[in-house]
Design a binder for this molecule. Structure first.
Ligand code: NAI
Length: 345
């Protein structure tokens, strides 16, 4: 029986993980707390930890896990910016779920976009109070507008298809363009200049940290709609707020936020929100915030659990090879994984 400490458990996680765990002799210890330096001891006696986007898998945490004999960090998400993969190399193997339902996130981005440009969030609240006035609800057609997609991976490409369905003109920026895809790639500057709507679908890396900052916003069209369903720190939230206050940014739809770790996924309705920046953003009539729910569909949850349990079994069984391992050996995590035919260490 493989024992796994499952951090940051939410009610929606358990059914699928219990289902696939039982089938495979993987026993999950479901913990509500996030993994941090203070909670790492809770993994004692386990073979692996299973973590999500806001768990802290820093070098000190990895060091403690290693000392305790934990041999695997199984991310139940695609992004791994919260894991010090370099520190894990040689100590603990790291696996992730590279794809579960890219449709879930792309469709959520589309839902946010439609909600924002047709003011559905306003209309919903109004009609619930029998206010049937249309004042202030004027939107704009998506048809014929230019959408700039940053990151043309799995999610970005599905989002582009959805936008094409609306008759939008799609342009994209990606340092690794997909060959023969028919995608019209442009420079980042051109994308900022030409886009009526900008949607972020790239990973958070040192290079993409605050990709959308004051300078980027300065280059954008007046009234631009910015969508972020990727990672919060892609946007400098203070610069975004200034852009909104200056009437430069027409709307922002955020499923992620740089400082979300202390706030998102919890019911804070009875509390005073300490994050003034988030409170100010939420107070804006043209900002929609969802709390990192892009992944949250039945199909995605099932697929995440199935792949995670498969990753755990692959790492602890046979030759220990797992195609979803994130290896730091060559420094190019994605390429390394694809080309590697043997264990990293
Ligand atoms: P992917 O790996 O298929 O695609 C990422 C793309 O970004 C690749 O084409 C890559 O070349 C490109 N890229 C890398 N560096 C870039 C840069 N500097 N500028 C522009 N593009 C760059 O990943 P996928 O599955 O499409 O996911 C994208 C992101 O979505 C993830 O990194 C994750 O942060 C986020 N995500 C959010 C979820 C949510 O619930 N809101 C759920 C799942 C993923």
């Amino acid at each position: 029986m493989i024992q796994v400490a499952f951090f940051d458990t939410k009610t929606y996680d358990r059914p699928a993980f219990e289902k696939y765990g039982e089938k495979a002799d993987v026993k999950f210890r479901f913990l509500e707390t996030k993994l941090t330096e203070d909670t790492v001891e809770l993994a004692r006696g386990c073979d692996a930890v299973c973590v999500f986007v806001n768990d802290t898998v820093s070098a000190p945490v990895i060091g403690r896990l290693h000392e305790m004999g934990v041999r695997l960090i199984a991310l139940r998400c695609a992004g791994y910016n919260n894991v010090d993969v370099r520190a894990a190399f040689g100590k603990i193997h790291v696996v992730h779920v590279p794809a579960y339902s890219p449709y879930a996130v792309a469709e959520h981005a589309a839902a946010l976009l439609l909600t924002s440009v047709r003011r559905i969030h306003k209309a919903y609240n109004r009609t619930r109070e029998f206010n049937f006035s249309l004042h202030g609800l004027t939107g704009f057609d998506l048809h014929g507008k230019t959408v700039g997609v940053i990151g043309s991976g799995k999610i970005g490409r599905i989002f582009m298809d959805i936008c094409r369905g609306f008759g939008m003109n799609v342009i994209a920026y990606d340092p690794f363009p997909v060959e023969d895809s028919g995608i019209r790639y442009v420079s980042l500057e051109e994308l900022f200049r030409e886009s009526d709507i900008i949607s972020l679908h790239c990973p958070l890396t040192e290079e993409t940290h605050h990709l959308i900052d004051e300078n980027a916003i300065h280059q954008m069209k007046k009234g631009v709609v910015i969508l972020n369903t990727s990672r919060g720190a892609l946007i400098d939230a203070e610069a975004l707020l200034e852009g909104i206050k200056a009437r430069k940014v027409g709307a922002a739809c955020l499923d992620v936020y740089e400082e979300e770790a202390d706030v998102f996924f919890e019911d804070r309705s009875g509390h005073i929100l300490n994050d003034d920046l988030l409170a100010r953003l939420i107070s804006m009539p043209n900002v929609i915030v969802t709390s990192h729910q892009g992944f949250l569909t039945e199909e995605a949850l099932d697929s995440i659990a199935e792949t995670t349990v498969g990753n755990i079994l692959a790492c602890f069984g046979g030759d220990g090879l797992c195609s979803n391992e994130l290896c730091y050996r060559c420094g190019k995590i994605e390429q390394c994984r694809r080309e590697r035919k043997e264990k990293c260490f």
